[in-house]
Unconditional design. Structure first.
Length: 193
């Protein structure tokens, strides 16, 4: 499957999860959202909560999909009318999507400013990633390789910090506690086998 098709699929999966997860549905949709989610998508079912992270499954047209989700432990800065923020890792083995990382910003991001992510043992220090793809109020990695690097770092370190700028120029920094991510991730992967 080509990289373009994989990312198109990931955007579609995110739209499905977005529509099915009420906690994330408060965000404003972009001018050109991905294809509409299937009306047959089921409500997400919790697999388990592991400290700061949770794992979920849901079905769409008979296809099992899973994801891991965490919410910010702290935020610096504000964005007007901001919805919920989260980091998600999507698994959809039947659709060849594995470890698709998306950063749910809760607002429309600036097209001119990338979303910067630092994952490390201390907040603000560690491995750095730049995300430049945006859809449905989310930031995405540009390749499967970058997704794998993000997930590997998320498993190994204690903190993930997201630096973003809204379309209105508002700067926001969200900090995620990675405690429990590895267990939640493993539970989502196992649930999707």
């Amino acid at each position: 499957m080509t990289q373009i098709l994989k990312h198109a699929l990931a955007f579609g999966l995110a739209a499905l999860i977005w529509s099915a997860a009420p906690a994330l549905a408060q965000q404003a949709a972009p001018a050109d959202p991905p294809a509409a989610p299937s009306p047959t998508a089921s409500t997400p079912k919790p697999v388990g909560t592991f400290k700061a992270w949770s794992a979920y499954t849901f079905e769409d047209k008979g296809r099992l999909m899973c994801y891991t989700q965490g919410e910010p432990a702290g935020t610096i800065g504000t964005a007007a009318e901001r919805g919920k923020a989260a980091v998600m890792v999507i698994q959809a083995p039947d659709a060849a999507a594995k470890d698709q990382v998306s950063i749910v910003l809760g607002f429309a991001p600036s097209d001119e400013k990338p979303v910067n992510v630092t994952i490390g043992a201390k907040a603000g220090r560690g491995k750095k990633f730049t995300l430049k793809k945006f859809a449905v109020g989310r930031a995405w990695a540009e390749s499967d390789s970058k997704d794998r690097q993000l997930v590997d770092a998320m498993k190994r370190y204690d903190w993930l910090v997201v630096y973003s700028v809204s379309a209105k120029g508002e700067k926001v920094q969200d900090t995620y506690n990675m405690s429990g991510f590895g267990d939640a991730y493993d539970a989502a992967v196992k649930a999707c086998k």
